[in-house]
Design a protein around this ligand. Structure first.
Ligand code: A3P
Length: 333
């Protein structure tokens, strides 16, 4: 496998052609009409959420999800990296990208040194469904936040592999709240908390998102690998090996001897990625309605940071929701 990119330029996975965007914008009318009939939460147009197939989405994402459901064509060789927002997507993308491209460039030319991980792996609902040419010919990774039940049919039908990452809801909530305050506008903690507990979270209810993939992974363990952020933090090495094996690219004995997996872990570590210039000062999706500074994807990357933000009552409340939702599922955090 050879990649054409060099570290001299951004490894940009998301370059829509203007023609394609125009074409797809026209077909969006029917989705916009359909969305106007859905249950809606919120008043500020920037924050409104719409309920579709039992999950809440912003207008921007929902139009694109509907389009993806109708038009996205998965290939059996695709590897889908799926997650709810703020669960470790950026890290998973970096690790998976490093695994599949590990023989493609010299260490000093690795695209992760000059591009944010989100720019290395295209996102189904925004980058790919309406612009199939954004598919990378040189690696099979594709990402999405779409809940399992709403995935485009071709993803399941193609039999492609799915890797899902999730995280303790308390840390997800705090991570999301901090992210929203930084990227959109400050929201009082209490208000954000009520919304999260009520399921009003982008692509939420969060635990329903997790349970959808959890149940599917129990039914199809050969096709769906279910990971937890906390496990990845606790034992990055064994999870990295599991990932590589699941993706059909296990580390060889020679690679083990040469410390390839250690190098990947170091390259993708929070400390390393967050200190790269591209992730300190770059921007993700400058053309989107909300441009995200790359540094918003890296806050502190710790397990249990919610302890520093939630009151005891909030913690108990979320623990209670978790206990009720996850009861008898075999899943816990
Ligand atoms: P915190 O806000 O708790 O720090 P996502 O990538 O799904 O948006 O999730 C973002 C969370 O993952 C943030 O958590 C962020 O700091 C953390 N994160 C990003 N890169 C990471 C890395 N390389 N290792 C560990 N955590 C990382």
């Amino acid at each position: 496998m050879e990649l054409s990119s060099s570290s001299e330029r951004q490894y940009n996975a998301t370059k829509p052609s203007e023609d394609e965007r125009d074409k797809s914008d026209k077909t969006y009318h029917k989705y916009i009409e359909r969305i106007s009939t859905l249950p809606v939460w919120g008043e500020d147009p920037r924050d409104k959420l719409y309920k579709y197939q039992n999950f809440w989405f912003s207008h921007y994402y929902l139009e694109r999800i509907m389009f993806a459901q109708e038009h996205f064509r998965a290939q059996s060789s695709d590897i889908i990296l799926s997650s709810a927002p703020k669960t470790g997507t950026t890290w998973l993308k970096a690790l998976a990208f490093s695994i599949v491209t590990r023989n493609c460039f010299d260490d000093s030319m690795n695209p992760l040194l000059t591009s944010n991980p989100h720019d290395c792996v295209p996102f189904v609902e925004v980058d790919l469904a309406q612009n199939p040419p954004n598919r990378h010919l040189d690696h099979p990774l594709i990402s999405t936040h779409i809940p399992y039940i709403s995935l485009p049919e071709s993803i399941i039908a193609s039999g492609c592999k799915i890797i899902y990452i999730c995280r303790d809801p308390k840390d997800v909530f705090v991570s999301m709240w901090q992210f929203a305050c930084k990227v959109t506008q400050p929201i009082p903690l209490e208000m954000a908390f009520e919304m999260f507990c009520g399921g009003m979270y982008l692509y939420g209810p969060y635990l329903d998102h997790v349970l959808g993939y959890w149940k599917a992974s129990l039914e199809r363990p050969d096709m769906i690998l279910f990971l937890k952020y906390e496990d990845l933090k606790r034992d990055t090495m064994s999870n990295l090996k599991t990932l590589a094996k699941f993706m059909g690219q296990p580390f060889s004995e020679e690679e083990e001897r040469n410390g390839v997996s250690e190098k990947i872990i170091q390259l993708c570590s929070f400390e390393h990625l967050s200190n790269l210039e591209v992730n300190k000062s770059g921007k993700h999706r400058p053309e989107a309605p909300i441009t995200v500074p790359n540094n918003a994807f890296f806050r502190n990357g710790k397990v249990g940071d919610s302890e520093n933000h939630l009151t005891l009552e909030m913690k108990k409340c979320l623990d209670g929701i978790m206990e009720e939702k996850l009861r008898d599922s075999g899943l816990n955090f």
